[in-house]
Design a protein around this ligand. Structure first.
Ligand SMILES: *Cc1c(COP(=O)(O)O)cnc(C)c1O
Length: 398
């Protein structure tokens, strides 16, 4: 019999929609895909060149479990320049993607029955990683009127003597919103007072707009730094999702335990990808600026067009590459074939079947009033897709 633990785990809720979209596409139906969770740009050439060089030089063997020194030093330098944070090599662990870093943290920290606070809407893997480690996800609702930011009073009210950690994600997937310094200071104070950990997922750090400053909660003082484990990676900022390089930074004891866990599971991250990551972090950064400029144009166009659709309202995201429009005003309306739409999943299915647009329903992220639209696709696709969404919604009857 398979374990009880693994029975708690859902397959990624986005998969069935994705399968349906792919099936339609394979029949020759032209689908606009707003479901993607990765940049639509190629990995920059100088990063690929570093990987090719590593391969040619025979850098194809095991490396130290927690990452090569060159890469740890590049990460340490990144933290110093970007976040004004000082770490040593013993504070850094390189893993096979940020998701793997998060999993190592979960294994290192949670005991059965521990509670882990997760502001909702949340990224899909957080609750399942908690469950896989016999701990309990405790959701904290955030509201649209607070820009989906965690209200410190709500946080206080959810802390119990079983609380082990709080997971923060800024810029956020799925909302695209970012935490400001003041809110983070209020959260940090509570975290310190209750002596819990903060797991701060900063994978979209570089993708911010409107002059927003990314603030890492760990940078707010020595005390909060000790309780924070930062997770970051190369996937989103450098368009390197397939290379699988992520990293964690935090207290050396926790990092050591995570490294031990990694030594008994995956061992080191891919050697060649580590060399590519060194090049990415230490090479010219102008590629990111160009990527942000392009995302920014799409973001502004997308949000403007979404808000022009009757019954749809969308906050302006300030980070990542997602918009998270509220579609709940449309609930109760009828599709042309007579089905009533009452959930984000039903809306997503309708938009796929009638609109030929693939996106992710908000329910997958814990918010059934929303849908997630990724703008990691061309402006042409955004315009085509928005024409289709507008038309499909127009065809709903009251
Ligand atoms: C994409 C993503 C990750 C995982 O990134 P990898 O480094 O590719 O594993 C982690 N957190 C969030 C919020 C993401 O969107």
């Amino acid at each position: 019999m398979i374990s009880t633990r693994s029975k708690n785990i859902k397959p990624s809720p986005t998969l069935s929609m994705d399968a349906k979209a792919k099936e339609m596409a394979s029949k020759g139906i032209d689908i606009v895909n707003f479901g993607v969770g990765e940049p639509d740009f190629d990995t920059p050439e100088f990063i690929k060149d570093a990987a090719i060089k590593a391969l040619k030089e025979g850098f194809t063997k095991y490396t130290p479990v927690g990452g090569i020194i060159e890469l740890k030093d590049a990460i340490i330098q990144k933290f110093e320049i970007d976040n004004n944070l000082k770490y040593s090599r013993e504070n850094i662990l390189v893993s096979c993607g940020a998701k793997h870093s998060l999993y190592n943290i979960a294994q290192a920290l949670y005991n059965p029955g521990d509670e882990v606070l997760i502001p909702s809407p949340y990224w899909v893997s957080y609750p399942d990683q908690v469950l896989l480690n016999d701990a309990k996800p405790v959701f904290i609702e955030t509201s649209e009127k607070d820009n989906f930011l965690l209200d410190p009073d709500e946080l206080k009210s959810k802390i119990s003597n079983k609380t082990k950690a709080l997971i923060l994600n800024s810029p956020s997937n799925p909302t695209g919103l970012t935490y400001d310094r003041k809110t983070l200071e209020a959260i940090a104070e509570i975290v310190i007072r209750h002596n819990i950990y903060v797991i701060s997922d900063e994978i979209y750090e570089k993708l911010v707009y409107d002059g927003v400053e990314h603030v890492s909660i760990a940078s707010l003082g020595e005390e909060i730094k000790k309780k924070t484990i930062i997770v970051n990676g190369l996937s989103k900022s450098y368009s390197m999702t397939g290379w699988r390089i992520g990293y964690a930074a935090g207290d050396k004891e926790v990092i050591q335990v995570m490294t031990n866990i990694q030594s008994q599971s995956t061992s080191n991250p891919n050697s060649v990808a580590q060399k590519a990551a060194v090049a990415a972090l230490t090479g010219p950064q102008d590629f990111i600026k160009k990527m942000i400029e392009e995302f920014d144009k799409r973001r502004i166009n997308l949000v403007k067009r979404l808000n022009s659709i009757e019954g749809v309202s969308c906050l302006t995201p300030t980070g990542a590459f997602y918009a998270f429009p509220n579609i709940s005003k449309l609930y109760g309306r009828k599709t042309p074939d007579g089905k009533v739409i009452n959930s984000s999943l039903e809306m997503a299915i309708y938009l796929l079947e009638f609109g030929k647009v693939a996106l992710v329903h908000g329910g997958a992220f814990g918010s059934d009033n929303h849908i997630r639209i990724s703008y990691a696709t061309s402006m042409e696709n955004i315009n085509k897709g928005l024409d289709r969404i507008k038309e499909a919604i127009h065809n709903l009857t009251i």
